[in-house]
Every structure is written in C-alpha cells, then in structure tokens.
Design a protein around this ligand. Structure first.
Ligand SMILES: Nc1ncnc2c1ncn2[C@@H]1O[C@H](COP(=O)(O)OP(=O)(O)OP(=O)(O)O)[C@@H](O)[C@H]1O
Ligand SMILES: [Mg+2]
Length: 383
C-alpha cells in the first residue's frame, strides 16, 4: 500500500490527481489544502510521497521541503508551472525528489509520483529513520459495542492525566451522540463544529480557543451540539485537528462512537496506542475480537492494541487471562463494577474526583499511568 499526500489549494487539481493515482491498485491519497495542514498530517500518516501542487509558490514549497529534510522518509514531488534550472538546483538542495511541470493530462505528474513511490518503497527496507517530532501521545478509546464504558473511561483518565500535571486534551469524536460534555458537566459553547467551520485559517493557537476547560485542568474538544453538524467534520479535517492538538498537548485522549467508520479509523490512524474496551461477557469479547481482526485485515498494527476490561468483577464469564488469550493483546486495566460510577455520571463529576478513594477510581488512575508511561519524560508524574 502506497500513501500519497497531495497539497494544493485547488480542489480540482487534488481531485484529478487523486483519481488518476488511486486508479492503480494499492495507492491511497489524502488531500490537504494548506502546508499547515500538511505539516500536521505528515507525522501522523507518514506517507510515501508528498505532492506540492502548482498553487504553492515554488519558494514556499522549497522552504517547506527543506524543513522536512532532517530524518524524513517522505519523497517530495514538486509540481510547478515555472521551469528553470535555478529552480531545479534549489529543489535538489532542498531534498526534493522530483520537479515536474504542470501539464493538462497529468501524465508527467503521475509518472513522477509513481517513480517516487518506488524509491520510497525501497527506502522502507531500511530501518525507518522517523524523526522524533515533538508531539504528545495520542490514544484512542475504542469499542464497536455501545455502553461498555468508553466515555466513562475517557473522561476519568483524561481528568487523572490532567490532575497529574500533564497537558491533556480529551476529544469527543462520538460526533452524533457525544456525551463527554454531560459527563463532565461542561456547557458546549464551542465545539469541534466551530473548529471545522474555521478550518481554512485554523492553527494550533486558534484551536486552543475552541477547547473547553474542565476544573481539573483537562481541556476538552466537545462534540457538535446538533447531530446533523457532524457531517462537515470530515476525516481529513479530523486528522489535521488531532495533529494540531498533539502539538499543544502531552496527551490527546480520543473518545469514539460504537462504530468502525471513517471517523473512528481516522482516530486510530493518528494514535500511538488503542485502548480497546470490553466487558466480561462473551458477546463483548467476541465483538472486540472481530473488530480487531477487521482492523488487522485493513493493515493496522495489532501491537498498538491494549485491552481494558470494564466491570471486570461481574461474575458472568471468563477471567481476564482468557480474554487476553482470545484477543491476543495485553490486559492493562481491570475496572470493577461500582454503583459509584452511574452516580458520578449523573452528578457530572468523574468518579476519580467524586470518590477518589474507591477501587474503581484507583483502577482508572492505574490506567492513566499506563497511558502516561508512553510519554517518556512525564511518565513518573501520574499519581
Ligand atoms: N465500571 C462501571 N461500573 C458501573 N457502571 C459503569 C461502569 N462503567 C460504565 N458504567 C455505566 O455504563 C453506562 C455506559 O457507559 P458509557 O457511556 O461510558 O459507555 P460507552 O461505551 O461510551 O457507550 P456508547 O458507545 O453508547 O457511547 C454509564 O452510564 C455508566 O454509568
Ligand atoms: Mg460513549
């Protein structure tokens, strides 16, 4: 599978090139309109080829390519309406793989991208010298079954991480029925819908303005208020928004809906770890196993999966060890069933604050530690 990111403000250019490239088996393209979006997307998607389109001024494109150079594995193809030996020389110095003129048939452009992809493929054989971008850890809380506790877990680990001093952002990606705002008792004055509305101008600083602060210090990007507003929150925009958030936070926790749709896949694509939630019943464990198998078929790395057993003490079925073997992923937390949880949900106060000494709060704190363990310098700071 080859991944190409096409950057250009001209939608027609992007669409046309995309359809030509994707007509080949095993090629997928992402489109971005600005270089800002491209820089948010690159560390997350790690494409093989980046096409910088003709609407980007050559000097700006070269500066961008130059900045990518240290340690980057992406092959940059520059499409330019300007042709000069000076441009070629500067492009070479900037580490650009190829410069091609813009032609109406796109023939040269397609050939250059395909050639760059082959080079990128052989480069993958080498150990990946992926630059260590300074970005926070992104984790997705996942289950295609509803009501297993994803939102309870996301809110509580979000609060526990924030209380430990980590800059933490919780994203409610259950775009139609998100209830993070209710569980944390936050008024949805600004939501992801507003962030997407301003997308063309959006940068990390502006995105901060769309976050809602919880008393624990946790910052929350709330779901749209009206379910129909979810439609404008497209996958590329979500990916770019997560990329921007990871630049301003130590940890980004993503709560998802009970689905395996493009939105959830975008979250998973951007994540360093996926916390799959199951309850202790056969249907739930089977559901997790099947959805993880689907993810593996789509090429997702099973190594990123961690298992969280919620309501682990419900004496219904198997022991966590059996769940671990069935799903073939480590169980990193077992959360007991406790009436304190629905009580805290009704109060709009996460149980880690409402009943911090309870067993369930301790177990959620342990899960937060596991998440923080991925953020090197700060791992020891979660209480
Ligand atoms: N450990 C627990 N003990 C007792 N009740 C729990 C526990 N975990 C979750 N619940 C209850 O289960 C209900 C569903 O939890 P939650 O909304 O977090 O699930 P979800 O997976 O996010 O569901 P959906 O897929 O519909 O968004 C909550 O109202 C909560 O009170
Ligand atoms: Mg939920």
């Amino acid at each position: 599978m080859g991944l190409v990111v096409i950057a250009d403000s001209d939608v027609r250019f992007c669409r046309r090139l995309r359809s030509l490239l994707e007509s080949e088996d095993g090629v997928r393209c992402d489109e971005v309109r600005t270089l800002e979006e491209a820089s948010a997307l690159l560390p997350l998607r790690r494409p093989d080829v980046l096409v910088l389109g003709p609407s980007i001024a050559p000097a700006v494109a070269l500066e961008f390519a130059e900045a990518l150079k240290p340690g980057s594995t992406v092959a940059v193809v520059l499409v330019s309406s300007e042709e000069s030996t000076d441009l070629l020389r500067r492009a070479m110095r900037a580490g650009v793989h190829d410069v091609v003129p813009m032609d109406q048939q796109f023939g040269e452009v397609v050939r250059a991208v395909q050639a760059a992809m082959t080079t990128a493929g052989s480069r993958l054989e080498e150990p990946r010298a992926v630059p260590a971008p300074s970005r926070g850890r992104v984790v997705t809380v996942f289950s295609t079954k509803g009501g297993v506790g994803k939102t309870v877990i996301s809110c509580n680990v979000g609060v526990a991480l924030a209380k430990s001093g980590l800059k933490t952002v919780l994203v409610d990606l259950d775009l139609q029925f998100g209830d993070v705002g209710i569980m944390l008792d936050l008024a949805p004055e600004r939501t992801i819908f507003d962030a997407v509305q301003s997308f063309e101008r959006l940068d990390a600083e502006m995105l901060r303005g769309f976050l809602t602060q919880h008393s624990s210090g946790l910052q929350v990007l709330l779901a749209p208020v009206h379910p129909e507003d979810a439609e404008v929150v497209t996958v590329n925009r979500i990916t770019a928004i997560i990329g921007l958030l990871s630049k301003i936070a130590d940890v980004v926790v993503i709560d998802t809906s009970a689905a395996l749709d493009d939105v959830v896949l975008a979250a998973i694509d951007s994540s360093d770890a996926i916390y799959a939630v199951a309850t202790m019943d056969v249907a739930s464990i089977k559901n997790v196993r099947v959805s993880l198998q689907k993810l593996a078929q789509m090429g997702y790395d099973h190594e990123l999966i961690r298992l969280v057993i919620n309501r682990a003490d419900s004496k219904v079925w198997l022991d966590p060890g059996e769940a671990e073997r069935t799903i073939n992923a480590p169980v990193v937390a077992e959360l007991p069933s406790d009436r304190l949880v629905p009580r805290s949900v009704n109060r709009g106060i996460p149980v880690v604050l409402d009943a911090p000494r309870s067993g369930v709060a301790h177990a959620l704190g342990g899960l937060a530690k596991n998440i923080a363990a991925g953020c090197e310098e700060v791992s020891s700071s979660v209480a």
